[in-house]
Design a protein around this ligand. Structure first.
Ligand SMILES: [Zn+2]
Length: 263
């Protein structure tokens, strides 16, 4: 059984019970624990408490651990709701503010979360691209000064930094600031989170997986693409069970292909 803070995990974005089941089944087939996460948009419509119960019960049944994270959330009320509902982690995303306000926002919610045993992820710099209800047009790679201030003045459990990574699709070969990752890990000694790991060149993903302090790697777009493949393969079949089975198979395959990269 892996430790969420010490070991490496992929975190897959899911949108309903079926996609959660597919990710947990992929974890079970690879014998790897998994993190499941939803966007704020999906959190609002997923029956958060029942969803948590499903994830916990089903992962126990399958013999692995699965944790649930509310990804990229800027709304304090919603973050508190996830804490109250017993979700394992929340991402208090104040990255669209300047670093002072980001620190203030994160600290405000961290106290509430930590008192209730919930882990908090924070982010410095803004990751370009689109992720459900989040759309960042201008890239904002973190500065070392902001990282230092954020690390020194917050108590986050996981830290994400914009290092040239992107949500959605990569256009061309991305150039990553690995020095920012090393710097963050060195000064914080906190688990580092890689956002936007979908569609990364294999060599980059392998390199990131090889960095000891990188502990959480987020996969969203690749899972959504698997969903689309599943629909296409079902070929406008009228039977819902055939369409959802086709989606399920593709999502399991995609999640397994990522989980197998963890040695
Ligand atoms: Zn993200």
């Amino acid at each position: 059984m892996s430790d969420i803070l010490k070991d490496k995990h992929f975190a897959f974005n899911v949108w309903d019970f079926e996609s959660a089941k597919a990710v947990i089944d992929a974890g079970a087939r690879c014998n790897k624990d998994v993190i499941l996460q939803t966007s704020a948009l999906i959190y609002k419509r997923i029956a958060a408490k029942s969803f948590l119960m499903f994830v916990k019960e089903y992962s126990i049944e399958k013999g692995i651990r699965a944790w649930l994270n509310l990804d990229h959330c800027k709304e304090k009320e919603l973050l508190m709701d996830a804490v109250d509902n017993g979700w394992d982690m929340i991402m208090a995303d104040g990255s669209s503010y300047n670093v002072e306000k980001n620190i203030e926002f994160v600290n405000d919610i961290s106290k509430y979360a930590h008192e209730r045993g919930v882990l908090v992820e924070g982010e410095v710099g803004q990751i370009i691209g689109t992720e459900d209800d989040i759309n960042v047009i201008k890239e904002c790679v973190a500065s070392k000064e902001d990282i230092k201030n954020f690390v020194g003045q917050t108590e986050v459990d996981f830290i994400a930094v914009a290092f040239g990574n992107a949500h959605g699709e990569y256009v061309g070969v991305p150039s990553f600031r690995y020095d920012l990752i090393d710097y963050t890990i060195e000064i914080s000694n906190k688990p580092f989170v890689v956002h936007g790991a979908s569609g990364m060149p294999k060599v980059a993903l392998d390199k990131l997986l090889g960095i000891q302090g990188v502990k959480k790697i987020n996969i969203s777009t690749d899972i959504k693409k698997a969903y689309r493949r599943g629909i296409k393969k079902a070929n406008i079949n009228l039977q819902p069970i055939k369409i959802s089975s086709s989606i399920y198979e593709e999502v399991v395959k995609e999640a397994m292909s990522k989980l197998e990269l963890i040695k």
